[in-house]
Design a protein around this ligand. Structure first.
Ligand code: ZN
Length: 246
């Protein structure tokens, strides 16, 4: 009997030319200072990273592959990146749920550090899919709350974001847009005695956002890819690409 059109057996075959090449020896990538060395398949590294595509391309390295060093980045963030490439998920503990009880502050801080370090790494690796997924994870975390306490990131995290990103960063836009919708936004813009200084560009962007009177929900804007970097069109969004893989 010929196969039915609506067969529930999925056709999993793909052209062999699209396969990862496991014949090649893995590439050594040193991350952090002191460095941790990861040995990773080259074609997996090149899946969506413009940086690795350039560094490992035939044209860029005719004789041998250049040593790849990322001293400004965290090994933990690179591990998150490799898991993302292999499994399509962001393995970062969230500051909510039963497992966080009693340790919310520590887990929240660690969550935002992981999100930001991974985001900085995503910029270095020129991987918009990874960055867009991190922005979505940040958006969902900001919408979480625990008994009325929002998980909006604190000032130290906001400082770090502004130190290591440039104007126009989509993560900055998300931080500003969400801040403008907080009920306690005045506490953010009002000078206080906190020895940590609020980043000036953050305050300027926040004031502009508040003055604009724009009221669209941050979630709705996130749904519409406003905080994403990919080229226009839903098919270029990591969300569509991941769905297509299943
Ligand atoms: Zn998108």
């Amino acid at each position: 009997m010929p196969p039915q059109q609506n067969s529930t057996i999925p056709d999993l075959t793909k052209p062999a030319s699209n396969a990862y090449d496991f014949f090649k020896p893995p590439v050594a990538v040193s991350v952090g200072n002191p460095p941790t060395t990861f040995h990773v398949n080259a074609s997996i590294l090149c899946t969506t990273s413009g940086y690795f595509q350039h560094m490992l391309s035939e044209k860029g390295a005719p004789d041998k592959e250049p040593p790849i060093r990322l001293p400004q980045h965290e090994p933990a963030a690179f591990n998150i990146y490799l898991n993302w490439l292999h499994r399509g998920k962001l393995f970062i503990n969230k500051p909510t749920g039963k497992s966080a009880k009693g340790n919310e502050e520590v887990i929240r801080e660690s969550f935002w550090e992981n999100i930001l370090e991974s985001y900085f790494l995503g910029s270095k690796l020129d991987d918009p899919d990874f960055k867009d997924a991190l922005v979505d994870a940040a958006l969902l975390a900001m919408l979480d709350d625990d008994e009325g306490v929002t998980w909006y990131p604190g000032r130290r995290i906001r400082q770090r974001l502004y130190e290591r990103t440039t104007p126009g960063s989509r993560m900055r836009r998300l931080f500003v847009h969400m801040a403008a919708s907080l009920t306690n936004v005045k506490e953010l813009v009002r000078p206080n005695d906190d020895p940590l200084q609020e980043p000036l560009p953050f305050l300027q962007e926040l004031q502009r956002q508040l003055a604009s009177g724009e009221k669209e929900s941050t979630y709705e804007m996130g749904l519409a890819c406003t905080f994403h970097e990919h080229r226009a069109g839903e098919k270029n969004c990591y969300r569509a690409k991941k769905t297509a893989l299943i």
